[in-house]
Write a new protein. Structure first.
Length: 701
């Protein structure tokens, strides 16, 4: 029978979606065929916010209508007719259909909204029983004392015991920070064998609306601002109806201003505050009354580029608009990576993931999905935190990635750049960089030590002391020297700088590992059911046989480092002894060299890609091979072949390509694409941290 878990809130505004997200995050890393189900939703046409969050975050392939039982109107009609059996059977029938497609289903209870509120907790308890699902109760701790929450927890336990529910635990969410330890003690005192209980303190970030949520809720019309500005948090909203000089007194970080659409003075004045260092940074402006900015005003707005603020319009008047905004409740959205990082970091910081897994009886799948792989990377990085330096702090993507990494608590980070400028830019983007270390390349205590070290290492190449001092103002050299000296464990760059600029310092003084002749790269290619290693697709244009053997061995070590059993395919246009020619001979010789140097590795070559990956083809072309048909590491004969192949496979197979991961250096330095996304930066930093875990760092202070 399918394993399942039922998560039910005891009352409104409990933050149940945070708990669901956190538990789905844990389960999805271990189980491939995971489902999500809600017994009752508000609408059959407008997708439920929670189903949308889980579907998009975890790439579930189910149709929306298969993921819920009934709509609230359908359930209410049946209840009012006294036909409770039809409510239960209608929901159960839909659940059983989904169950056939899943190994584990998380059920999220109803939302305490509308006409069904009085029935909710009893209904959820009974329905969990009908599914044979253990129940996890979520209590809203906001504004409640320890005494009140103790009483609530006891009442819930009594209700569930009366219903003969299997309760696996209680989570008190949104608790007062000052009561955190007292509540933990209380839960421990009342905990039974086989239960697991947690307290999550209130997190103000998760209680804020975003501009996107307001825009979507009000179906607002866009006038100004890019997609990134939609992620802005709203700290408060204010109606601006007085003179501009008075409105400006009420500006504050994150405020959404609501003003009549014909108040051009207020619109211009608030936009000007975004350019002034003397004012806080608002999050948005909502123009009311269906009045659009004039043609002249549009020209003004178009001429002011890239202000981190959103300007939208609505048809309703100012009063009704403010009333509607006040009724919007914050939700977790799959298209807001900052909020998701904050939510997951908060959950992981307060919940013992290992204990949770034991209680809900996670059985790990042999299949490895991209989400599972990424989760393992984060867990490994978090278990042995490393310090990564990011030299390109002037880039917005780097700052956004830094915030996510700090919120997920996986690495320590140093940014290189002017501290005032970094914090100013972060503030304009509403980014929280608490805990980050910042070093100014032109104003730091390390430059003399680093310049002296660089001079010592490179004077035989004609580098003078004066030149060494100048070079240490270059962020790539400064960051690399931090890694060399052990003041950081790894470096990630390349979002702004070229590959050559990023890795040249590493070639100069970090250098390659003993026995490795060249630095190479590999991509971790995450398919729907496995992770493969492709090398070298980014660095060496046409390696000789010695270099190709080095790439194979380095790629195998990369595979091992990331939990992949290396079965190495040395790719060519022919398989075995069938082909002749200079190119295939190069691969044949490289295979022999690699086998001689590492007889412990499973290496096959030359071999064609289809024979390396497809068991059916392998039986025909190379039936006795330990690698053919089951290769995990693919070594391409040249950069042209490798780069084109990985990109073609990435697009055609919808694979996630993580990398390039540089191989062969004594200490980890990794290069980003200048077109990289924030997620790419996050993954590369985590990979760099894991590489650093396996390296001995000399002279660390």
């Amino acid at each position: 029978m399918t394993n399942n878990l039922y998560i039910a809130a005891a009352e409104p505004e409990s933050g149940k979606s945070l708990i669901v997200l956190g538990i789905m995050e844990v389960l999805s890393r271990h189980i491939q065929r995971i489902g999500f189900f809600r017994p009752i939703v508000a609408s059959a046409t407008d997708m439920d916010d929670h189903i949308r969050l889980i579907t998009e975050r975890f790439n579930l392939k189910f149709n929306y209508h298969t993921m819920f039982g009934l709509t609230s109107s359908e359930a209410l009609d049946l209840m009012q007719a006294g036909d409770m059996d039809s409510v239960v059977t209608g929901i159960l029938d839909k659940y059983k259909m989904l169950e056939k497609e899943c190994d584990f289903i998380v059920c999220e209870g109803t939302d305490f909204r509308g006409s069904l509120t009085q029935f909710e907790f009893d209904f959820n308890a009974r329905f969990a029983n009908n599914l044979g699902a253990p129940i996890l109760a979520v209590i809203n701790g906001n504004g409640k004392s320890v005494h009140d929450l103790t009483d609530t927890m006891k009442i819930i336990k009594e209700i569930l015991a009366d219903e003969k529910c299997e309760q696996i635990g209680t989570i008190i969410n949104r608790a007062a920070v000052n009561d955190f330890q007292a509540l933990k003690n209380m839960l421990n005192e009342n905990e039974k064998d086989g239960e697991i209980n947690f307290v999550l303190p209130e997190n103000s970030i998760l209680q804020k609306l975003s501009i996107r949520q307001v825009v979507n809720s009000l179906h607002a019309t866009h006038f100004y601002g890019d997609d990134e500005s939609l992620y802005m948090d709203i700290s408060d909203f204010k109606v601006a109806a007085m003179g501009l000089e008075h409105v400006l007194k009420f500006t504050g970080d994150g405020i959404l201003f609501i003003t009549p659409g014909d108040r051009t003075d207020i619109l211009i004045g608030l936009m000007m505050t975004m350019l002034a260092d003397t004012f806080p940074k608002i999050s948005g402006i909502l123009l009311t009354g269906g009045i659009k900015p004039s043609e002249q005003m549009v020209r003004v707005m178009d001429g002011v580029k890239k202000l981190p603020v959103s300007i939208y319009g609505v048809e309703t008047d100012t009063y009704d608009t403010a009333l509607q905004v006040s009724r919007i409740r914050p939700v977790l959205s799959p298209d807001n990576p900052r909020r998701l990082a904050a939510a997951l970091g908060h959950f992981e910081a307060n919940v013992d993931i290992d204990d949770l897994g034991k209680i809900i009886r996670i059985t790990r799948s042999k299949v490895v999905t991209p989400l599972m792989f990424e989760y393992d990377l984060f867990e490994r990085a978090r278990a042995n935190r490393k310090h990564i330096v990011l030299p390109e702090a002037e880039d917005e993507r780097i700052l956004r990635a830094t915030e996510i990494l700090l919120r997920r608590n996986v690495v320590d980070i140093t940014l290189l750049g002017n501290e005032d400028e970094i914090y100013k830019k972060a503030a304009s983007l509403q980014l929280q960089l608490k805990g980050v270390n910042i070093i100014d390349p032109y104003d730091n205590d390390l430059v003399h030590e680093y310049a002296a070290q660089y001079y010592k290492l490179r004077k035989h190449k004609g580098v003078t002391k004066e030149r060494a001092f100048e070079v240490m103002h270059d962020v790539s050299y400064l960051g690399t020297m931090m890694v060399y000296k052990g003041h950081a464990d790894g470096m990630v760059s390349g979002a702004v700088h070229t590959t050559q600029h990023t890795i040249r310092p590493a070639f100069e003084f970090i250098k390659t590992k003993p026995g490795v002749s060249i630095v190479s790269s590999s991509f971790l290619m995450c398919f729907s059911d496995r992770v493969l290693v492709y090398g070298d697709c980014a660095v060496n244009p046409n390696p000789n046989s010695e270099g190709l053997a080095d790439i194979a061995i380095s790629s195998a070590e990369t595979a091992i480092n990331f939990g992949i059993e290396p079965k190495i395919a040395m790719l060519s246009y022919s398989t075995g002894e069938s082909g002749k020619g200079e190119d295939v001979e190069k691969v044949r010789k490289a295979t022999a060299i690699a086998r001689q140097r590492r007889p412990d590795l499973k290496i096959e070559g030359p071999i064609q890609y289809d024979a390396a990956i497809d068991a059916t083809v392998a039986k025909l072309k190379m039936p006795n091979s330990e690698v053919a048909g089951q290769a995990t590491v693919f070594i391409f004969p040249d950069l042209n072949t490798g780069n084109n192949t990985y990109k073609a496979v990435q697009r055609a197979a919808n694979a996630v390509a993580i990398g390039p991961v540089l191989q062969g250096l004594n200490k980890p330095v990794n290069d980003l694409s200048r077109g990289c996304l924030v997620k790419d930066i996050v993954n590369t930093v985590v990979i760099t941290a894991i590489q650093a875990q396996g390296m001995k760092v000399e002279g660390k202070k």
